[in-house]
Design a binder for this molecule. Structure first.
Ligand SMILES: Nc1nc2c(ncn2[C@@H]2O[C@H](COP(=O)(O)OP(=O)(O)OP(=O)(O)O)[C@@H](O)[C@H]2O)c(=O)[nH]1
Ligand SMILES: [Mg+2]
Length: 434
């Protein structure tokens, strides 16, 4: 389990909350995503115990239960300190895995990370999680024996530095690629949000070469990277697809989801993912609107906090609209209305397709663009220019009138500048239009 991998098997869930009875729905779903079958749970409402998290008596009862059920693991819904890990290890039958929430999530990531960037990000997150724990163990052991453990800390720090360097190279490469694509007339749009919000389903809904109808049974071979599943952290790498919104060519990127109660540090390890959103021309922040009102607002707040300085507009997408009546939807709209930096809020059902046309229009409006009214001589050269214009932006109101051709051209500002120069060179005229 050193590398962050988890082993799967049967598990007992332990959860504690100070003020109310713990709700174990999410931790059970995380356990499921890490391939654990939950065979029992024990929860407690009390203040945190310094030794075990839950009270000592509860911890002992859980240990008995593990022995009784011959369970492989205890899944603890919270963060355990190294000291608490040690205390639990003394109670539990030898060989029992103990996974707090972070280890569980890191285990899911370690298992599912398929591409190089995802693997680097997972390793960085895992080492960042381990480093303070290693330091603490080291400080304790330095009291009686010398430096062997200290060198482990140094090794981990060096590896973290190298991972930062490698990830920066990945980020730079991705940023360069986005710039090249922008030059070619493609607008980057990113889909972000919590795990299971419906991001990949929305990608299927909007992308040119994917469809929601393909998501049914029997299409498992289709495209695993954009798989849709009612499972947490189904998507663990960024996937990019082409989409067309009102004639503009867009590159749509699906990203890794967030989950509650992960330290900012861990989320920050997913820099390539966060960059894709921060650097997009439009960011779609997708939320499962069928979650309770308070959770919808809080999850959007967390998502926004992770996006420091987004380049483009941010649109909030209240997904799973089909699961809500009008009143429930209105309550969610009201709860998210005053969020900072949000340019618009739209309600959609990615599964049923409702609200998608309005979303497309809104994405189109948010894309950086300029328009030109163009008049050119009716010639072969103009036909080649039109082909280029279709490829790099939107052509509208095309009219052939005798010797001249007129049309409106809309595209990214840089592309419009190139078009303007080309038209003037070909003896045509241009004027700005709205
Ligand atoms: N009822 C309803 N279910 C939806 C909708 N959109 C997605 N879902 C379901 O929600 C679950 C999660 O969908 P995904 O598209 O995999 O969600 P995701 O955000 O990509 O999840 P991760 O990849 O795990 O981060 C699936 O069971 C979908 O079928 C919707 O509009 N309505
Ligand atoms: Mg997904």
């Amino acid at each position: 389990m050193q590398s962050g991998q988890t082993r799967g098997g049967t598990a007992v869930v332990a959860a504690r909350r100070t003020d109310e009875a713990p709700d174990t729905t999410e931790i059970r779903r995380l356990a499921d995503a890490a391939e654990y079958e939950v065979v029992a749970e024990r929860t407690q409402r009390r203040a945190e115990d310094a030794g075990y998290g839950v009270g000592r008596g509860k911890a002992a009862a859980i240990a008995d239960l593990v022995a009784d059920r011959d369970a492989d693991a205890v899944v603890y819904d919270g963060a355990l300190t190294p000291g608490q890990y040690g205390n639990w290890a003394e109670l539990l039958p030898p060989g029992t895995d103990l996974l707090d929430r972070y280890r569980l999530v890191l285990g899911i990531f370690a298992e599912g990370a398929a591409d190089r960037a995802a693997q680097l990000q997972v390793e960085l997150a895992t080492l960042r999680y381990r480093l303070p724990r290693l330091r603490q163990v080291t400080e304790e052991s330095l009291l009686n024996q010398a430096t062997e453990k200290g060198s482990v800390v140094l090794d981990v720090e060096a590896r973290i530095d190298r991972l930062h360097t490698e990830l920066r190279a990945v980020s730079d490469r991705d940023a360069r690629r986005r710039e090249e694509r922008r030059e070619q007339g493609f607008d980057p749009v990113a889909i972000a949000g919590y795990t299971n919000a419906g991001k990949s389903t929305l990608l299927h809904r909007l992308a040119d070469d994917l469809s929601v109808a393909d998501l049914g049974a029997g299409h498992a071979d289709l495209d695993e990277t954009a798989a849709v599943e009612d499972r947490l952290f189904e998507t663990l790498e960024t996937t990019t697809r082409r989409a067309t919104v009102d004639g503009r060519r867009v590159l749509l990127t699906d990203t890794v989801g967030l989950v509650d109660a992960l330290p900012h540090d861990l989320v920050a390890s997913f820099s390539a993912t966060l960059d894709a959103v921060a650097d997009a021309d439009v960011g779609l922040l997708v939320v499962d609107a069928s979650d309770p009102v308070g959770e919808v607002a809080e999850r959007l707040r967390v998502s926004l906090a992770e996006l420091e300085d987004p380049r483009g507009d941010l649109l909030v997408v209240l997904n799973k609209r089909d699961l809500l009546d009008d009143e429930a939807l209105a309550a969610r709209r009201a709860a998210v209305a005053d969020l900072d930096r949000v340019d618009d809020v739209l309600a959609v059902s990615a599964v049923e397709g409702t609200g998608i046309e309005t979303l497309r229009e809104r994405i189109h409006d948010a894309l950086p663009g300029e328009s030109l009214a163009v008049e050119l001589p009716n010639s072969g050269e103009t036909e080649s220019f039109l082909a280029w214009a279709h490829d790099h932006g939107t052509v509208a109101d095309l009219e052939y009138a005798g010797e001249t051709v007129t049309f409106a051209f809309e595209a990214r500002p840089g592309v419009v500048e190139r078009a303007r120069a080309q038209v003037e060179e070909s003896g045509g005229t241009v004027r700005d239009s709205d």
